[in-house]
Every structure is written in C-alpha cells, then in structure tokens.
Write a protein that binds this ligand. Structure first.
Ligand code: ZN
Length: 410
C-alpha cells in the first residue's frame, strides 16, 4: 500500500469518531454575538482542549470585542514546520461561529442538539462550518500522528466571526501577521454536492438604491407636477441597457460568463392610481466581472444620472450603495493550491473543475491580500437554512482530499 492509501484507510476507519466529534462540538452554541448569540468562545475552548489532548501545539489570538460576554473573540492557529520552505504555509481554514437558528418552528429537530438520522447529522452550523473544523482537526491529527512533513509549513486555522464579516477573525489574523505573501489556503466554506467545484474567483457584488424625486400632483394635471416614477422607469431601463452594452466582456471561469445587471426591488410610491408620484425608489443588483472595477461602472451610472437631471427639469436623483464588495483578483488557476487540489479531487474519482461565482466568500479576504485561496468542500449547500445537515460520508471524502493534497506538498 502506498502512503496515501494507508492514510486514506486511516481516515475511513475514523468515520464514526469524526461524526461523534462533530456532534459533541456542535452541541456547544456558537451563535455570532452580532446575530443575537453569545459567540464562539466556549466552542473554541473545546477545540483547544481537543488539540491539547492530542499534543498538538497551537497559538491563541484573542481580539477584544465588547459584543462578546467574555470581552474577547478567540482564534486558534496550528503551524507545523516544513522541511525546506518555512517562509510558506499551506493553510486549512474553518470558522467556528454560526448564524442564528432563526424560527425554531422551521426545524424538525432541536438545532442546538445535533441529531443523527441515517447518514446525516442535523443541527445548526453542522455544515457551516463544523464540517470544516472537524475535517481540519482530523487532518491535523493524522499529519501529526504519522509525522508527515511537507516542504512548506502546514497550518490550521479555527477562526471566529466569519458570519458577520471576519473583523475579529480572518481580518484580525491578517493584521497580526499570521499570513505571509507566499502562503496558500484551502477554505472549505462552500462547495457542491458531488465535490466537483473549486471556487477561485468571484464577481464584485453591488446593490444600488436609486431615489428619484420629482413633485407630486393629480395625474390629470401632470403639468403641475414632476413625475418621479416616469423618470425612474426610463432611468432604470437606460442604465440597464447601457451597462449590458458597455460592460459586456465575458470570462469562461464564471457561470454565467458575463457581468449581470438586474433591476430588482421596487418600493411602494403612491396609494392611488390617479396620483402623479413625487418620489420613486428602486434597486439594482450588479455582479461585475473582476476585469472591471466598481468605480468604472459607477462613473458611467453617474453620467446617465447627470444627463437625466439636466434634461428633466425638477428631477433629482440620489444613488447609494446598500452593499458593495469589490472583487479581488482571482486566485491564479495555475497556482499550486488549485492544480494540486483539483488533481487530488480527480484522483478520488470526481471530475473536478475550477471557476468563479457571483460573490461573497471569505476566500476573497485572502485573495485581496494576494494569498491564493481555493474554496472547496463536499456539501449539499444547507448553510443558513433550517434543518441544516452534514453528510457523514462527506467528512471522510473531504479529509481524504486534504491528505492527498498535503502529500503533493511533501
Ligand atoms: Zn460559513
């Protein structure tokens, strides 16, 4: 048996232990303090005790946060030194906080008391992101127990605060100098049911709210008012058409391969069919390929707005960001982490491919610091939903892929 086969057999033999660990840890509430929870502090203590039990050295990075009952948020890092390139670390990153359970009525089981039903474990946060935490812990244990040394360092991060923006988690770790520019990372915080999709890029995500102001009047006497809704509808359509025409570049990494510009939410204006509206508010959802900047797109939008304000007397237009996430440069598809992770998944019999999504993963935080990050996991995409579950077999599948990938760094 090759070393890889031996290690894979060990992973398989651990399936029940991984499931039991996941249930035990997920029983400790870890709802983010900014989502009406008490935070992940207690769950971090469990992970600390776990690492100590197996003699794995770790560092604690605590970040002050008044919103947490303890006054701090904890982050744990494990760094196992490499044999040659110790300036560089391959990280496996999981986050420990969860979202709120939402209305308990929508759950068939108690979200805070994980339950195993067949091949699945149901509970809050079991997929997002206990799956990553437990597979990272077991990968770490197997590496230590089998004295596997890669050429670069191997690192494991158990981070806080992913669900409300990572200010006390990944961002704080970046500020603390945990990462070096040569590092790479696997972030198992999204994925697909067959484990084939490796996310390496995202579009910028922007939600724009347009407020068009005119002057209310009776609809039979339009000359006495300024119709804000008429102006808003023309404006919305003109902006949509202009953006689709001018920002039409395609990138096959993405599905769909082009930027999207969609008029979405519309706010109530007047209560009566015969009132000329004095105000009209609408929203646009923009997902912009990383080949364009958000500023480029905004410059063109502002130009159209100026034209409307000039041409339509009495019309004023305000535009504001409800959300703005600027896409970082994609993780290079020829980086070691992408080629080795994709190769490892393929060896497991899954036809893996890499690509981009419409925006919003924590891989972007690392990419913005020029650290190649691949977001990957095998999961049914149950994050933030009632009756969230994790497929027990996927714990084994993911851990095997991490082991195969690590061996490619040896
Ligand atoms: Zn998550």
């Amino acid at each position: 048996m090759s070393q890889k086969q031996e290690l894979h057999a060990m992973v398989e033999a651990r399936q029940e232990e991984m499931a039991a660990d996941l249930m035990e840890m997920s029983r400790i509430p870890a709802v983010n303090p900014r989502m009406n929870g008490k935070g992940e502090y207690a769950r971090m203590q469990w992970i600390q005790a776990y690492l100590e039990k197996y003699g794995i050295p770790y560092d604690v990075i605590s970040v002050p946060d008044e919103a947490a009952p303890e006054g701090v948020r904890l982050n744990l890092t494990v760094k196992l030194p490499g044999t040659e390139d110790t300036e560089r670390t391959l990280w496996l990153i999981g986050h420990v906080d969860t979202v709120n359970s939402g209305d308990l009525e929508n759950w068939n089981t108690d979200p805070f008391s994980p339950e195993r039903i067949g091949g699945r474990i149901y509970g809050l946060g079991v997929e997002d992101n206990s799956q990553a935490v437990i597979t990272a812990l077991h990968t770490c244990r197997l590496v230590v127990e089998n004295k596997i040394q890669a050429k670069c360092n191997l690192g494991f991060i158990f981070a806080s605060d992913e669900e409300t923006g990572s200010a006390y988690g990944l961002h704080a770790l970046l500020d603390h100098g945990v990462f070096s520019p040569k590092d790479e990372a696997i972030v198992p915080d999204a994925g697909s049911a067959d484990g084939s999709f490796v996310e390496i890029a995202e579009k910028s995500q922007v939600w724009l709210k347009f407020t068009v102001t005119g002057k209310q009047a009776h609809a039979s006497m339009p000359q006495l008012g300024v119709n804000a809704t008429s102006a808003a509808m023309h404006l919305g359509v003109e902006i949509e058409d202009m953006l689709k025409r001018e920002f039409a570049e395609e990138d096959p990494l993405f599905n769909p391969p082009y930027s999207t510009f969609e008029l979405t939410q519309k706010f109530a204006n007047v209560d009566s069919p015969n009132v000329l509206p004095g105000k009209d508010i609408f929203v646009m959802d923009l997902r912009i390929l990383p080949c364009y900047t958000v500023d480029q797109v905004m410059d063109r939008i502002h130009a159209v707005i100026e034209k409307y304000e000039k041409e339509r007397e009495g019309i004023q237009i305000q535009v504001e960001f409800i959300t703005r996430v600027d896409a970082p440069d994609p993780t290079p598809s020829d980086s070691d982490i992408v080629t080795r992770l994709v190769a490892s998944i393929r060896e497991s019999g899954v036809d893996a491919y890499y690509g981009g999504i419409g925006g919003g993963t924590c891989g972007a935080i690392l990419r913005a610091h020029h650290i190649p990050a691949a977001v990957w996991s095998t999961l049914d995409e149950l994050a933030h939903q009632p009756n969230e579950y994790v497929v027990v077999e996927n714990l084994v599948k993911d851990t095997k892929v991490y082991i195969s990938t690590i061996l490619k760094y040896c």
